[in-house]
Every structure is written in C-alpha cells, then in structure tokens.
Design a protein around this ligand. Structure first.
Ligand SMILES: Nc1ncnc2c1ncn2[C@@H]1O[C@H](COP(=O)(O)OP(=O)(O)O)[C@@H](O)[C@H]1O
Ligand SMILES: [Mg+2]
Length: 356
C-alpha cells in the first residue's frame, strides 16, 4: 500500500468509518452535501424520532426534516435562506409524546471556504428539562410548606396562651356555671393543637431514618391530620386496622405517601356520600396499607399515565404526588399497585417488606 495521499479506496473506507462513528454518538446527526441532499443520517435520529433512518439518506434535507416533525418548518426556512442555528430549543410531538431538542445547524466549508454541506445536530434534552422543571416545582412546594409551617408555629403560640387562660378561668368561682362551655372550648383548642403538631411533623423534611415503627399508629395519626380536609370535602374517612408486627420504615416518608394517597382519594370522591377507607393488613413477610375510595375512578388512559411526572387531570394539580409515592415505596423495596373502576372507585395498595 502506498504511503502518500489516500487512494480512492482508502477515502471510501474513511467515509464508511466516519459514518460508523456517527452511529455511536448520542446526538442525532444529519450531514448533507452541497446540494443539501442527506449523506449521513445517524442511528440516534432514528432513536429520537422512532423510525428507520435507512430510507432517509439521499433525500433533500428539507424533505427529511419535514418527515421527522412538522415543527421543523421554521428551521427549514432558516436553512433555505442560508442561515444557521445555535442551540435552538424546540419541543416536538413524537408519537403523542413531547420531546425537547437542542438543535444546531452549521455550514461545512472546505479549506477554500467553499460551502460543501450542512451539519444538523439534535440533542434530546427531554429528561434534563423535566428534571429542571421538577426541581423548580419541588423548590416551590418546599418554600410553600416552609411558609405553612411558620404560620402553624405562629398560630400555636397564641393558642397555648388562650388555653392557659381558659384553664385558669375554669377554676374561678365566677365562672362555675360556665365550666361545661369552657371544657368544650378547651377540647376544641386541644384538637386544633394536635392537628398543628401533626402538621408540623408532616412538613418537617424527612431524616431518611429507617426505624421500627408501629404502622397502625402512623396510619391513625395521618388520618387524624387529613380529617379536616376530608370534612371540608364532605368525605368520611374510615379505618380498618389488623394487628401486626413493627415495620422497618422511614416514618416521615411513609407519612408523605399516606398524605398523598388519602388526599387523592378525597379529591376523587363525589360531592355527597364520599367515603375513604384506610386499612392495614399483615402477612409473614409484608405489611399492606390500602387506601380505597368510592370516587370517580380512572379511565384506562388515566391509569396508563399516572405516576408520570406532571400528569394531572386536576386544574390545580401538580402531577407529582404519585411520582413521590412510587419513589418512596421503591426506596423501601416495596410495591404499590392500583385497581380502579370508572364511576365506582379506586384502591391503592402499598406493600412494604417487614424487614425494611
Ligand atoms: N384515588 C384516585 N381516584 C381517581 N383518580 C386518581 C386517584 N389518585 C390519583 N388519580 C389520578 O392521578 C393523577 C395524578 O395524581 P397525583 O400524582 O397525585 O397528582 P395531582 O393530584 O396533583 O393531580 C390525578 O390528577 C388523578 O387523575
Ligand atoms: Mg395528588
């Protein structure tokens, strides 16, 4: 083999090697010749757009882009007018799924500065975008829950002093006939106080500490916390507890799961006659928590989508409640399943291994 300039065969092999390398890059790449006909369409383009790329090589780039997504029309105009694009972000709808792409279009010039083709690169930044958005929502929720716990603290202080004064008043001769009323007032104040204490515990960030826990007690306390919300929505919460052993879990996280499931159950209930049943059950190796409602239930489409970040059917929903639940349950090596019948109701079952 001669050493000087590469012969035609070597040039050809270089080109084959180059296109082979393109298939190993995670970004989608399209290269054209000077007439804007595609010479390379790498495998990642196929992965991003869910199609077979083999038929695309040899076609004009405009035609290929149009085939990939209608959203590329602006980009095609830019290419036709000889423009370039730098880190252009675009959302495209691919098989009913939104993907976010970071696009660059560059002209390829030879050593004499003559235009010999275009290079289009597309990076799928969907996961990155969703993570950023999720972080933003979580930051907002954290800020809101911090504000709410400050407020709860502020309410608790005057409450304690009113309670003290009422207790004092009940001991005085002048109020002897009003003692029953004072007792009722004290009872109500005490239940408000208990609710605030529970709320403060629930909003405190979880320490991630796994410890043996009385699950029935945890469920009972969380139900107490959710009672005001249930009442506001005309829903009755019932409980059915079986006796069982202590379970190894992170109390703060499992409380969060229960709050999310009970809140969803309450929100699914009809305006009248809503009922939510929270139950526990145990076998040799696991504990089960059930949250059942007689609400609207879920269609197949909703069932297919629940647990995907931001999927919500509610006007003010975040679509993050179930994502958080599934994450926590997975961290506990547990399983969460759901059965739902439209117009009848839904049951979420959480199974936790007894040994954590
Ligand atoms: N118990 C339930 N009954 C009916 N639909 C439910 C129930 N729980 C969850 N869903 C559906 O799952 C979606 C996602 O729930 P979630 O992740 O908690 O977010 P959000 O409550 O903010 O919408 C809800 O919008 C609702 O459509
Ligand atoms: Mg929810």
């Amino acid at each position: 083999m001669s050493k000087g300039l590469p012969c035609e065969k070597e040039k050809f092999l270089d080109a084959v090697r180059a296109s082979y390398v393109f298939d190993y890059l995670t970004s989608g790449i399209i290269v054209t010749n000077e007439c804007l006909y595609c010479t390379v369409v790498n495998k990642s383009i196929g992965t991003i757009f869910n199609l077979d790329v083999s038929t695309l090589v040899g076609s004009p780039v405009q035609e290929v882009l149009r085939k990939l997504a209608p959203e590329f029309e602006t980009m095609i105009k830019e290419i036709n007018s000889g423009g370039m694009l730098s880190d252009y972000e675009l959302a495209v709808n691919i098989s009913k799924e939104i993907k976010y792409l970071l696009i660059n279009v560059r002209q390829i010039l030879n050593e004499d500065n003559i235009f010999i083709g275009l290079a289009v690169t597309m990076r799928d930044i969907t996961t990155l975008k969703l993570r950023q958005e999720q972080d933003r929502v979580i930051d907002r929720l954290t800020a809101m829950s911090q504000l709410a716990s400050c407020l709860a603290h502020e309410v608790r202080n005057p409450l304690t002093s009113v309670k003290g004064f009422l207790q004092l008043a009940s001991l005085k001769e002048n109020y002897v006939f009003d003692r029953n009323i004072i007792r009722l007032m004290l009872d109500d104040l005490m239940s408000v106080e208990a609710m605030i204490t529970e709320f403060l515990q629930a909003t405190r960030p979880s320490q991630g500490k796994i410890a043996l826990c009385d699950l029935n007690r945890l469920v009972y306390k969380t139900v107490l916390l959710m009672e005001a919300y249930a009442r506001e929505n005309n829903v009755v919460i019932k409980t059915e507890f079986k006796k069982g052993p202590l379970v190894e879990l992170d109390e703060g996280s499992i409380r969060q799961v229960l709050i999310n499931l009970i809140k969803n159950a309450i929100e699914a209930c009809p305006n009248q006659g809503g009922e939510v049943t929270v139950s526990t059950d145990y076998d040799n190796s696991s504990a089960r928590i059930g949250v059942e409602d007689n609400g609207q239930g879920m269609s197949k489409e909703v069932l297919d989508n629940i647990g995907k970040a931001y999927f919500t059917t509610k006007e003010n929903g975040t679509g993050l409640g179930l994502v958080v639940c599934w994450n926590i349950i997975t961290q506990h090596k547990g399983v969460m399943s759901v059965h739902s019948t439209p117009s009848k109701g839904t049951i979420f079952n959480v199974n936790l291994p007894l040994g954590g």
